[in-house]
Design a protein around this ligand. Sequence first.
Ligand SMILES: [Mg+2]
Length: 177
Amino acid sequence: MKYMPSLIYPSIYEIDFNKLYASGKRIILSDLDNTIASYDELTPSEKQIMWNEDLRKLGFKIYLVSNNQDKRLIEFTKTFKVDGFIAKAKKPFTSKMEKYLNIHNINKEEVVALGDQLVTDISGFNKLGVTSILVKTINQKNQKWYTKINRIREKQILKNIKKEDFDKYNQIKVFYE
Ligand SMILES: [Mg+2]
């Protein structure tokens, strides 16, 4: 199912990156807004910077992939070190991400992609053919209008996930409570 995340965690801080590294993952492709930081956090917190540094020490490369504007990513990555970013990525469409991975010689087998939205992130990452990880949205309150519409669609998707994988459904369900 195109909306089924490979893995589910309450937040980016709970993801077992040691295990992912041991299984051959080397590249982190991550959504920014509400996955790493909320919309109103224009600069990264100490905690976010530490998380980033720990991952680099482990041996990961980090790329951000966001539907937001260049301005947002340029500002955030002044202190949140990345190997690159894709702004206006047009997730769930994959052409821009596909092109970027090609140009940078990134092997999809080594990629683990993080996001908070089933409709844009997870379906896009699955279509791209990389391991997808769903985390809980950091701040539900100040989401943009189109994200709110996606949330309505997510209710239906959740029902389908329930039919297909009850364990994953139970993990995701609590994100919406
Ligand atoms: Mg997001």
